[in-house]
Ligand binder design. Structure first.
Ligand SMILES: NC(=O)c1ccc[n+]([C@@H]2O[C@H](COP(=O)([O-])OP(=O)(O)OC[C@H]3O[C@@H](n4cnc5c(N)ncnc54)[C@H](O)[C@@H]3O)[C@@H](O)[C@H]2O)c1
Length: 382
């Protein structure tokens, strides 16, 4: 059957930004501006409940329409793409509203507060050619991760055996003074969900599916409901064993992934984004130098970034194809995080696929764990 012509053929993708705070300003606007320069997108509207904020955002970026109401914007502007930059508990309703209006969605991490929420979104996606909802996982994109993913998929360096996945960041009490942070009801989870999700998502993207997890979580410093540190042991379906650390208590901040394969160790060390120089490949002693040089050939440097992911997303829209980091491919890190919390709070090993409807962890990351339950509704900020 000949493919029907793309609805976006021969024109720019009309985008709208929802939430004009830090990530909307700092990452979505520059990425959309970068693609606009290439002729790929134009931003037709922005939405924020804070009228002054959205008007300033639009004035600064030359965006023609400022709204404080998402539904009204969707009805009046009919955007092709909606990028969602609001706090996590709003992601489900806003994504569903955009999909129902026929728009593709690119929603910030963490995707939604629970697997049940994620599945509710998937049920609203188009079945043939979109619209689809992708999650922002910009660390998967760029030349370094592309090269290492290929080497691992082809088993070029032998089987992966041992991995470390570390998000050791530092957040002070002022950071947690923002009302939606540190609470199950409004943030969904602690650093495993809000911070470590990027490295865990990249680890899963590189190594493939996990099979079991055993974890611990602690609340050692901050006056929050969620954990402020967690550790986990993860077995992968390919047999590799990994350790995972997610902390906001670490003054010497680093994001790191290290994978020991039979013939080489691959290591990525960075903080909030990586370029080719942040990757190191150390061959085993018997590997010829020419072979190692080929492994280290990352090609022209494309740093991980919102722009790198958005460029691929726009290509998927034009092709009418499900984008990477959507559907089952976008669900993997939330599955691992949910299992990490369940393991930590129930003191058990959790296996892939066991958390589904009927399991308390399917609908909330704290499950029904005593001591980790949300505060009474009247104490929880909206
Ligand atoms: N990908 C990354 O590296 C990265 C980095 C930082 C934050 N984030 C994620 O981005 C999201 C937003 O974080 P932030 O730091 O920009 O938060 P923020 O508080 O700076 O901005 C959120 C904005 O959403 C607006 N808002 C709230 N309710 C709204 C509603 N109902 N409709 C429209 N707008 C509404 C707020 O007024 C605010 O302007 C979070 O999910 C966060 O985890 C991702």
């Amino acid at each position: 059957m000949p493919r029907t012509r793309s609805p976006f053929a021969g024109r720019r993708i009309r985008a709208a930004v929802i939430g004009t705070g830090a990530i909307g300003r700092g990452s979505h606007l520059p990425a959309l501006a970068g693609l606009a320069e290439e002729g790929g997108t134009e931003v037709v509207a922005a939405v924020d409940i804070d009228q002054d904020a959205v008007e300033a955002f639009c004035a600064q970026a030359g965006i023609p329409h400022a709204y404080t109401d998402l539904d009204r914007m969707l009805a009046e502007q009919r955007p092709d793409l909606v990028t969602i930059c609001t706090p996590p508990t709003l992601h489900r309703a806003q994504t569903v509203a955009a999909l129902r209006a026929g728009a593709w969605v690119w929603c910030e991490k963490p995707p939604v507060p629970s697997l049940a929420d994620f599945d509710a979104i998937e049920a609203e996606e188009g079945t043939d050619g979109g619209p689809y909802a992708a999650i922002v996982f910009q660390h998967r994109f760029g030349s370094g991760s592309r090269q290492v993913r290929r080497l691992l998929a082809e088993r070029a360096m032998g089987r992966p055996l041992v991995a470390h996945c570390q998000t050791t960041w530092y957040r002070d009490s002022a950071y947690y003074a923002v009302p939606w942070r540190g609470r199950w009801h409004t943030e969904g989870g602690g650093p495993a969900m809000g911070h470590g999700i990027h490295q865990m998502d990249l680890l899963l993207d590189l190594l493939g599916p996990w099979s079991e997890v055993r974890a611990m979580a602690g609340r050692l410093v901050h006056d929050v409901e969620t954990e402020d540190v967690s550790t986990a042991l993860v077995r992968f379906a390919n047999g590799a064993l990994a350790t995972v650390v997610n902390s906001v208590l670490s003054p010497d901040e680093v994001s790191r992934i290290r994978i020991d394969c039979e013939r080489a160790t691959v290591e990525l060390t960075h903080l909030y984004g990586h370029a080719n120089d942040d990757w190191r490949i150390t061959p085993a002693p018997d590997v010829p130098a020419e072979q190692a040089a080929l492994w280290r050939d990352f090609g022209p440097d494309v740093p991980s970034s919102h722009l790198a992911q958005l460029r691929e997303l726009i290509a998927s829209m034009r092709a009418g194809e499900r984008p990477r980091s959507s559907g089952a491919d976008g669900r993997t890190s939330l599955e691992l995080i949910t299992a990490l919390y369940k393991s930590a709070f129930t003191d058990t090993t959790v296996r892939a696929g066991e958390i589904g409807p009927g399991d308390p962890y399917y609908t909330a990351l704290h499950g029904d764990a005593p001591g980790w339950a949300p505060r009474a509704a009247e104490e929880v900020p909206a």
